[in-house]
Design a protein around this ligand. Structure first.
Ligand SMILES: Nc1nc2c(c(=O)[nH]1)N[C@H]1C(S)=C(S)[C@@H](COP(=O)(O)O)O[C@H]1N2
Ligand SMILES: [Mo]
Length: 397
């Protein structure tokens, strides 16, 4: 690809914020501290970074273009200049790695994969062109499910060198039906929170597939293929699939499961660590709740007695606006923040669980959804808190 190149080592990595928790250095995988997720829009510096190889470098943005080929009548090379001239959309969407909360799952039983706390997730304003508009340029009409030449899937190919692909690029596909549907809001994004996308997040251009696990939102887009079968790459066929708890590395058959797309209903407490001390009797329990497929959040339940009794948290997206899951003005692809003020017992297990607009609920125990790759841990999020007693505080003086 002219203008864009994928380095074969880690000597050209971008600078990163020192407060990130680094889960793997090469490739760079890092998440922010929990409190960074208490604001509706996640600042770029604190947005989790999930990579499978060295970060690509743009040498010449003037020469950068995306080629669109495969089963289309009018293959095309489109420059950054032309992409920027298409109608621009700003979509607020939550990106969540399927491996979010994997560390907790691996405590139940070992899983394979990078460990993540609850912060492999972030909510941003993505600015760019709609994929449906771009596909129209190669003759694929909006709301269609296949191209004239029989293409049913849209494959996104990057340029980074990933060891899982034997040094080849990261790639993934989505159905053409979703790609050509303008309401699905799939973007070719060149901005994040109003700024030019930075290198870690896919500069100069990335795909954003709202409501779907992060793995399908391919960064550093090099080319797009319209194909008949879904993408045969590693990350579609041998990773990011949800297996039942009975499947282990000796009896796994990857072909038996589909590539994961939508993520299930999820929530996490971000105002407290898993084991924490609170100083006041009243404590604020706050965090995020989100569901895939554009389903809103109907409810967030909080318990301070290990699940015996529950109270409902307040939900909101933008400040000062109470949230209702069926409001047309919601950011449908974005998370919902929640907040509740509770009286904490001296020793408490605090739990949060969310219900989405389709009444899907989170499972209580991680064992029921344990899977060998450690994806989609959506079990009830529990934190253990102890109230600092006045006596203790005095003795510290
Ligand atoms: N080219 C490329 N795209 C990629 C990846 C990658 O390693 N290479 N990682 C994917 C995964 S697994 C996730 S969760 C998201 C992470 O996006 P972020 O780093 O902007 O948060 O990017 C996806 N797109
Ligand atoms: Mo991911």
């Amino acid at each position: 690809m002219p203008g864009l190149r994928g380095p074969s080592d880690y000597s050209e990595e971008p600078p990163r914020h020192p407060s990130l928790k680094v889960n793997s250095k090469e490739p760079f995988n890092a998440e922010p501290h929990r409190a960074a997720l208490l604001s509706y829009i996640t600042p770029i510096d604190f947005f989790y970074k999930r990579n499978h190889g060295p970060i690509p470098v743009v040498d010449d943005i003037e020469r950068y273009n995306v080629s669109i080929g495969g089963l289309v009548e009018k293959p095309l090379e489109i420059s950054m200049f032309e992409i920027r001239r298409l109608p621009k959309y700003n979509v607020v969407a939550t990106l969540q790695c399927a491996g979010n909360r994997r560390t907790e799952m691996s405590k139940a039983r070992t899983v394979k994969g990078v460990g993540w706390d609850v912060s492999a997730i972030g909510n941003a304003i993505w600015g760019g062109a709609k994929l449906a508009d771009v596909l129209e340029l190669v003759g694929i009409s909006k709301h269609s499910s296949f191209s004239a030449l029989g293409g049913k899937h849209v494959e996104f190919v990057s340029i980074d060198k990933c060891k899982e692909e034997n040094g080849g690029p990261y790639k993934a596909s989505i159905s053409l039906r979703q790609a050509a549907n303008p309401e699905a809001d799939v973007l070719l994004a060149y901005e994040m929170n109003g700024e030019i996308l930075n290198r870690d997040h896919g500069y100069p251009l990335r795909v954003i597939v709202p409501g779907v696990i992060g793995a399908r939102s391919v960064k550093w887009l090099d080319h797009i293929n319209i194909i008949e079968e879904e993408c045969q790459g590693f990350f579609m066929q041998k990773d990011y699939k949800m297996f039942p708890p009975s499947v282990n590395w000796d009896n796994i058959n990857w072909m038996t499961r589909k590539a994961q797309m939508d993520f299930p209903v999820q929530c996490a407490i971000c105002s407290l660590e898993d084991v924490d001390v609170v100083n006041q009797v009243k404590a604020t329990i706050a965090g995020y709740a989100v569901s895939g497929g554009g389903r809103g959040i109907e409810r967030v339940d909080i318990s301070v007695d290990g699940g015996k009794t529950w109270l409902e948290a307040e939900r909101y997206q933008r400040r000062n606006a109470p949230y209702q899951s069926d409001d047309m003005n919601n950011d449908k692809w974005a998370w919902v923040l929640f907040k509740a003020t509770v009286d904490t017992p001296e020793n408490a297990v605090i739990i949060a669980k969310a219900v989405d607009a389709a009444a899907n609920v989170q499972p209580e125990k991680v064992d029921a959804i344990w899977n060998l790759r450690g994806i989609l841990n959506t079990s009830w999020h529990k934190v253990r808190v102890r109230r600092a007693s006045p006596a203790m505080k005095n003795s510290n003086l």
